[in-house]
Design a protein around this ligand. Structure first.
Ligand SMILES: Nc1nc2c(c(=O)[nH]1)N[C@H]1C(S)=C(S)[C@@H](COP(=O)(O)O)O[C@H]1N2
Ligand SMILES: [Mo]
Length: 356
């Protein structure tokens, strides 16, 4: 069994800071936007950004297919175009909130954003190349290459054929009505709505139909929920129900402590879940007493839901929390849930505010 990295408590390591400088999260006050402005969308890239040009890029499709193909961007754009608003969250979001944190990208709460993606349905592409009946999975490879605890590889992920044919799974070439930016996977990336971000392969280069379960490092090495490093574990797939709050008032620059004036304060934030399951309830707690927040329906079942609640703030120090429940009755746990690599932490978000 491969040795995964050790856990850490307290100060961040130089390696964690380096990853945090290369990748970036949303500033929580940007939760105000239904669609995250493009430059504020969170970023997670494992290796280096590949340099690809839209004019010379092409997508190779092969493996167990009757009509292998090499598609240009113009070929893709000749297929029916779709646009969807989708909330993406990194599976490692919340990792650094665990007391013993796995050494990786040290996300606290900020690895979630919503964008308007334009492109084509993956099913339209797959219908043209005629999958062989023996194909059970489709593998998607990016142009980026690197090494981690599970060996050297091109970034690659698979979906079952049934999932790949779902109408929401897309190959996107625009984000918020603009051509994809290099850091978000230009010229073409996948978007797998309802699943954590690792499935949405950026810089898509190659699609391969196979007759067995894909066991690439990004599929069976990492992105597995495990209590202990040696556990067989279960796959990280759909997003777990979660909510975040825009911290009210104003911050101290360095310590990020918050201050607000006594009186009416509108608390607001966002809630979301996986697999297109809606949000049925968001509660807000002031010092441990829970209240029902009001919800605004999202414009897509894969996009986050806005919530708000009016707080009559009284002087003193207060702890504010929010907790979402989805339409399946799944509710966020009050405490961070343990995972060896810090995946799927949907523990409630807390903000401390001093009211004057
Ligand atoms: N080719 C490639 N695709 C990738 C990744 C990557 O490192 N390489 N990172 C994945 C992960 S873990 C996440 S959370 C999302 C992040 O997408 P974004 O950077 O556009 O927000 O991209 C996914 N797709
Ligand atoms: Mo991620």
């Amino acid at each position: 069994m491969i040795k995964l990295r050790d856990h850490k408590q307290g100060d961040f390591s130089r390696e964690e800071v380096s990853l945090a400088n290369r990748n970036s999260g949303i500033a929580l006050e940007m939760l105000r936007y239904d669609v995250t402005p493009v430059g504020m969308h969170y970023l997670l890239t494992h290796f280096d950004y590949p340099y690809l040009e839209a004019d010379t890029w092409n997508l190779e499709i092969g493996g167990l297919v009757d009509k292998p193909a090499v598609l240009t961007l113009a070929d893709l754009k000749s297929l029916p175009q779709i646009t969807q608003t989708v909330t993406l969250e990194c599976a490692g979001n919340g990792r650094a909130n665990l007391d013993q944190r796995y050494q990786s990208m040290p996300w606290q709460n900020e690895a979630v954003s919503t964008a308007k993606w334009t492109g084509v349905r993956l099913s339209d592409v797959l219908e043209n190349i005629e999958l062989d009946p023996s194909a059970i999975e489709i593998v998607f490879y990016g142009a980026d290459h690197g090494e981690d605890a599970h060996g050297e590889h091109d970034y690659g992920r698979s979906l079952s054929v049934a999932h790949a044919m779902q109408p929401e799974v897309m190959l996107a070439y625009e984000m918020n009505d603009l051509p994809l930016l290099p850091q978000h996977g230009a010229p073409v990336r996948m978007i797998v709505p309802g699943w954590y971000g690792m499935a949405s392969v950026k810089w898509l280069m190659r699609i391969e139909a196979i007759d067995h379960a894909f066991d690439g490092p990004q599929q069976t090495g990492t992105y597995i929920y495990r209590d202990e490093p040696e556990d067989p574990g279960t796959f990280v797939q759909e997003i777990r129900v979660k909510s975040l709050m825009i911290p009210p008032g104003f911050p101290d620059f360095y310590l990020r402590r918050r201050f607000a004036e006594a009186g009416q304060i509108e608390l607001m934030g966002r809630a979301w879940s996986g697999n297109g399951v809606g949000i049925s309830r968001v509660e807000v707690s002031i010092d441990g007493v829970w209240h029902e927040a009001a919800l605004t329906a999202p414009d897509s079942k894969y996009a986050w839901t806005r919530w708000h609640w009016h707080w009559d703030a009284t002087p003193g120090e207060h702890v504010l929390q929010c907790r979402a429940t989805d339409a399946n009755g799944e509710i966020q746990p009050l405490d961070a849930r343990w995972d060896n690599q810090g995946f799927g932490n949907n523990g409630v978000h807390s903000v401390t505010v001093t009211v004057r």
